[in-house]
Unconditional design. Sequence first.
Length: 288
Amino acid sequence: MKRASLKILAAGAALILVTNAVVLIGVYFNRSGEAEARITLTQRELSVPHGGDWVRGKENSGLALDLKWRVNQASVDEYYGGYGYSGGTPDWLDEARMKSLGFDVAIAAENTAGRRRFERQMQREILLVLELDGPAWQKALEHARQNAARHEAAWQANAGSKEFENKARHARQQLQNEEAINSRLFAIDAGLDRESLRVKYPDRDRYLILKARVRPRLEARNKKTRVTGYVSELAVSRFNVPHAMRPAQAPAARASMRAADGKTLRFEATLAVGRRLEPWIEALRIGP
């Protein structure tokens, strides 16, 4: 009985060792050679968990950063600031694009049963293109400006109305957030072939190509049904920061690192993407 238990224990230990070896080999292969892309992000695109031990000053605790990316959604008329953080239905994800990603879009035009079959198709792994500080963010910024101007004009036209005043104040705050706080990293395209996407988006300091998932979706708009999809989670979206990259900071110094919202820490991080399109934090600089 004792010998059998030792065999089970040995088999379990061997399995753990093999699993760890496979993981380490995968990490080594991903990070070998020149990075597929290397991009500099800030606290706008990488969030530090709120209230964590590291934020409170306990340096020995772990630090993880979550990637914040967005989509310009076709169904959004009224600016609301969030713009589909880390998921959503992009305005560019149309029927032709869904077909190119391998979905059967023809059945959606048949009848009600066909539309149900379309939406029941399994989600697929795709390659998602993320753009930093480009036209997609400029579009969201302009949308916020127009929204603030519209609410400001409505308040002026309804002087004395507390409701219109509150809406105008909220719209101004949304604009300030868009200018200084919200993520500037937007999903702008998707495909299945990395080489063709990289030819289309050659700037490796601005465009990331990462693995993500998309599921089919039908969207009713202006009394018409639109074939589209919902882009969901990235294959890797949380990154552990090595302890060596976390400089010790006194609590008083941390207060001076606060970003525009007064809550998050200010920092710059270099995000590298490897051969398997798996990203990792390559460098981290805390402070102004």
